[in-house]
Design a protein around this ligand. Structure first.
Ligand code: NAD
Ligand code: DAU
Length: 348
């Protein structure tokens, strides 16, 4: 089977590609990635010489390039992760989110249906989406697959739009698809613009920890390898034209998560208890900041038996240890353009 993974040089995509290449030697895994600031070919070093793996550099928003690619390789499955993924960047530069997340998805849908239309059997377009499409929850309740869409940021609006296109292609052209909407991931190879890797990097370097607003915002955290495990399962066994929510059953308020992270980092770095917590700095809130996300992942649990394999504390320990032991990965990112981004975002 020839499978195209898009965005496979990013955080979740690189974990997925490594899993698929190693677990399915009989598949050919093609990794298409534009290598934007978030894509890092180094994330794939352990599979780069595998016979069933091929990297292709390219932009999904270029429709002609995508059409030629599909005509040349005749992929049988697509697992689509390529996206602009950071909410703060979508607030300062929304247009690129429309280009990649909406137009890029439509280009992939067009080229898939074009080569599949005469024989839809054993074909699948898997669209990886986010729980942010559902908007924000009050203090009670969970997002389930029936929750109406109510995106609040340019990022989530672009992801919601791409989800609608996938479903519309299902209705209009009978496109065989599965969509999953997942909660916040964390783990190794996470770009240090997102809360957990940003704060790990800042603690290592004794820099302020910029917490938005009062820190009383809630997210539902899932270890990245558990998300990738769910994607593998749904790609193979999810029902056609269905949506599945994926989550960690693990809600944390940002302030509580950051305090836990500080405590663990003090222990692992051999620093005095309480020293990292002193770095917490409350700053101006993110505009339109969603109050709470929490996912009901019972559908995938009941249908396919999926559940997170490790606890948040175990996953956080693994993650912190990886960042401490892979300082050269962090240092290579945290120079050049990253410094510029950081200064613009945090005014420091
Ligand atoms: P990421 O930002 O780490 O990686 C995105 C990858 O896409 C990068 O390698 C980048 O180079 C590539 N890319 C960007 N624009 C491209 C383009 N025009 N053409 C080709 N490649 C392009 O993102 P991530 O956190 O790994 O997220 C992957 C997917 O999962 C996204 O679709 C995101 O919406 C979704 N998701 C993420 C999370 C999370 O917590 N990180 C949770 C739920 C869903
Ligand atoms: O819910 C899934 C989504 O999770 C994914 O679709 C997105 O791609 C991913 O980026 C993530 O979005 P969030 O906006 O929830 O993640 P982020 O790490 O940016 O922020 C997590 C929380 O931490 C959020 O409440 C904002 C807060 N935060 C974040 C940063 C970067 C801060 O307080 N300070 C910060 O500097």
């Amino acid at each position: 089977m020839k499978i195209l993974v898009t965005g496979g040089a990013g955080f979740i995509g690189s974990h997925l590609v490594k899993r698929l290449v190693k677990k399915y030697p009989e598949y050919l895994i093609f990794n298409l990635d534009a290598l934007t600031y978030a894509g890092n070919i180094e994330n794939l070093r352990e599979v780069q010489n595998h016979a069933n793996y091929k990297f292709i550099k390219g932009d999904i928003s270029n429709g002609i390039f995508i059409e030629n690619l599909f005509n040349s390789y005749q992929f049988e499955g697509v697992i689509h992760l390529a996206a602009e993924s950071h909410v703060d960047r979508s607030i300062s530069n929304p247009t690129v989110f429309v280009k990649t997340n909406v137009l890029g998805t439509v280009n992939l849908l067009n080229s898939s249906i074009n080569i599949w239309k005469n024989d839809l059997k054993n074909k699948r377009f898997y669209h990886v989406s986010t729980d942010e499409v559902y908007g924000s929850l009050a203090s009670k309740g969970l997002f389930n697959e029936q929750t109406p869409y109510d995106p609040k940021s340019p990022y989530s609006a672009s992801k919601a739009s791409s989800d609608h296109f996938v479903r519309a292609y299902g209705k209009t052209y009978n496109m065989p698809y599965v969509i999953s909407n997942c909660s916040n991931n964390y783990g190794e190879f996470h770009f240090p613009e997102k809360l957990i890797p940003l704060f790990i990097n800042n603690i290592i370097n004794s820099k302020p920890l910029p917490l938005y607003g009062d820190g009383n915002y809630t997210r539902d955290w899932l270890y990245v390898k558990d998300h990738v495990n769910a994607i593998d399962l749904l790609f193979h066994k999810g029902k056609n034209h269905e949506t599945y929510n994926i989550g960690g059953f693990n809600e944390y308020k940002n302030i509580d998560l950051v305090r836990l992270l500080c405590k663990k980092m003090d222990q692992k770095l051999g620093r005095e208890h309480g020293s990292s917590e002193k770095l917490i700095t409350f700053i101006k809130d993110r505009p339109g900041h969603d109050k709470r996300y929490a996912v009901d992942a019972n559908k995938i649990n009941k249908e396919l038996g999926w559940k997170p394999s490790i606890t948040f504390e175990e996953g956080l320990d693994k993650t912190i240890e990886w960042y401490i032991n892979n300082s050269e990965w962090l240092e290579s990112i945290a120079s050049g353009k990253y410094k510029e981004y950081y200064k613009n975002q945090y005014n420091r």
